[in-house]
Design a protein around this ligand. Sequence first.
Ligand code: ATP
Ligand code: MG
Length: 240
Amino acid sequence: MAEIVCIIGNKGGTGKTTLSHMLCQGMGLLGQRSVCVLTDTHREPLDPEGRRYLVADARTREALGKVVDKIRSLPGWLGVIDGGGNRTEMDRKLYGLASLVLLPFRDSHEDIRTVIRDLEMFPRAWAIPAQWPTNLWQQEAAQKTIREHLGKHADRILPPVSALSASKLLLQRNIPAKLPTPLGNACRALAYQILEMLEIDCEPPMVEVEDEAAAVSAGEAAMPAVDRCDPASTTDPVRH
Ligand SMILES: Nc1ncnc2c1ncn2[C@@H]1O[C@H](COP(=O)(O)OP(=O)(O)OP(=O)(O)O)[C@@H](O)[C@H]1O
Ligand SMILES: [Mg+2]
């Protein structure tokens, strides 16, 4: 049966939609078929052209039921359902149908307060630090905040996904024909981590290297975003 991953959480703007698309793009790059499912009635569907995954519009209750049934009938596929902020009832529903639930949160006290509430409401869900600082000093401060405020839930925090400006390209209605290498690497690293959690076999991803000049002009390092911080030193995430 297909697996369903939901990316939810009460706080708006944490990166649910970006992570959903990064995860699906990464799945495509790793040879895994996936569908990114839109449920947020305040957003428009994106053009599937050029993406490594399908997109589905499930903004009504009926459409969501049909899309989920369809995905479940496709063995080997992965459905990634993108929630919408401030919709506790919908989050509960999505939590109930997912095999893996991710709760992105940013380095802010408000996000952390909200994710603690969500972690308590959804005992199978994992918190995932998103838009995480890449600057060393900011990273240390962010990790200290996590230790202080999320210590009780340390075993449910995944490695962070770094801030990566190129990630917004995936949320364009039409994506460019060529996506930046760091984005591909970040998508692959995220997808690999999720496949491991779902116990789906997959070869570890190759990290593509771009030429240094391109990396410098893009203002981003060539390392995969999820690996760039050293999560083990702070949050000691448990791999499943
Ligand atoms: N890893 C990232 N690096 C840099 N910017 C990011 C990253 N993830 C998200 N963003 C930016 O943060 C903003 C919010 O992201 P996104 O729309 O994915 O959040 P959301 O949780 O889906 O929001 P909503 O609650 O409104 O649905 C966007 O401008 C997006 O480009
Ligand atoms: Mg969104």
